[in-house]
Design a protein around this ligand. Sequence first.
Ligand SMILES: [Zn+2]
Length: 75
Amino acid sequence: MFFKNKYCPGCKKYNQVYRMLDAGERAKAKEKHCGRTDLWRCTAEGCRWYQPVHNQGDGDLLPEELRIPAADPNE
Ligand SMILES: [Zn+2]
């Protein structure tokens, strides 16, 4: 399941694609979001932004290790 065509404050761009956080990502979300299952993240390269599905103002950044990696040019 994806969101499409949504603004991302992390990228500062419109039309970004979001997907739900996986279990590992949810475990690393901020304490204020603990236990929530309606969290989505931007899938753009280099981005760490996530947010509750309908509340962009309550979003935040995931830890550095969950940054979306650049595509491997050898693949
Ligand atoms: Zn983003």
